[in-house]
Design a protein around this ligand. Structure first.
Ligand code: ADP
Length: 297
């Protein structure tokens, strides 16, 4: 059995209902979304989420939600005097605007203890994290997480990373670029999205994004590109794939997260890179035709 471990921050989501002032509560977050889709796509895999939450009732609800979806929560740390982060979606002229409350989020301390991290990774076959996972970590958490991942990789586990650039979560753009580059150097598989990379790394096109990450040492790089051509590089060979375009897009939330789940669940299972990318884009196509981050497949 393959053991997939996703590391990051899950948050409470408050999404507006039709009646003004009312909201529906759920749970989401980039690395949680990917774990949730892997769970659906691979019922026989063991899917685990590594994070930290509080000991309050909202944290209990989040852990119960994960357990109910079949995600293993044994490595979730329960910290005293902390709680989970929250974001609220507001609609303005049909556009979604996000407000975040995550300063006190327990997840910021998920990498506080290297021993705990190492134990959570010890059974894994695949470890997945993102630029958001790194961005939110406090103290020396970023360096600790990358060191733990490097140890796991040296022990033969596969490390996969989505750069998921969110400049507002970082102290500066330079910090973001430095840490994302270090994270990619620690990874076997890098799954960036070209539009963000072009803005923050100045890549001329998806091929440039692909080559930049491949030069950092990853064996496999797949560059997502909205409805555009996907570029990849694997074991020294390059290629492209044009996804079938969706014209009736409902909501692009979690397009990239679900793509990553579709890709990893195939590729790690031994499927060829072309077929894995094809499967990944099919998963993302279904997700953008539904509303919200977690669309039942
Ligand atoms: P992110 O959500 O990280 O910004 P992208 O917007 O690049 O990621 O989308 C991820 C993947 O979702 C793309 O590589 C593609 O496979 C799929 N996708 C996104 N938008 C469309 C679309 N309009 N038509 C078809 N596929 C799409």
């Amino acid at each position: 059995m393959t053991r997939f471990v996703s590391i990051g921050e899950a948050m409470v989501e408050m999404a507006p209902l039709a009646k003004s002032g009312q909201f529906q509560m759920s749970f989401a977050g980039d690395t949680l979304n990917t774990a949730w889709y892997v769970r659906q796509l691979k019922p026989l895999w063991d899917v685990s989420y590594v994070t930290a939450v509080g000991q309050d009732q909202m944290s209990d609800q989040m852990v119960s939600f994960l357990q109910d979806t079949g995600i293993d929560t044994q490595y979730i740390q329960r910290l005293n005097n902390r709680t989970v982060g929250l974001y609220l979606i507001a609609l303005k002229n049909g556009e979604r605007h996000f407000s975040y409350w995550r300063g006190q989020a327990a997840a910021r301390a998920l990498a506080a203890d290297p021993g705990t991290l190492d134990r959570s990774f010890s059974n894994a076959d695949v470890l997945y994290f993102s630029g958001i996972t790194l961005a939110i970590l406090e103290g020396n958490g970023r360096a600790r997480l990358l060191r733990s991942l490097a140890r796991a990789r040296a022990a033969g586990k596969l490390v996969a990373f989505d750069s998921n650039l969110r400049p507002r979560l970082w102290e500066s753009d330079d910090h973001m670029r430095d840490w994302v580059t270090k994270a990619a150097e620690t990874s076997d598989i890098v799954l960036p999205s070209h539009d963000d990379e072009a803005v923050h790394f100045g890549d001329a096109g998806p091929k440039a994004t692909c080559e930049r990450y491949a030069a950092l040492g990853a064996t496999t790089v797949v560059v997502k590109n909205g409805p555009g051509t996907i570029h990849y590089r694997h074991a020294g060979k390059s290629g492209v794939m044009q996804p079938a375009i969706v014209s009736d897009v409902v909501d692009t939330t979690a397009a990239g997260d679900s793509f990553n789940a579709g890709f990893l669940s195939q590729f790690v299972g031994g499927v060829s890179i072309d077929l894995a990318i094809h499967a990944a884009s099919n998963v993302a196509r279904r997700v953008i035709k539904g509303r919200g981050a977690l669309v039942p497949l």
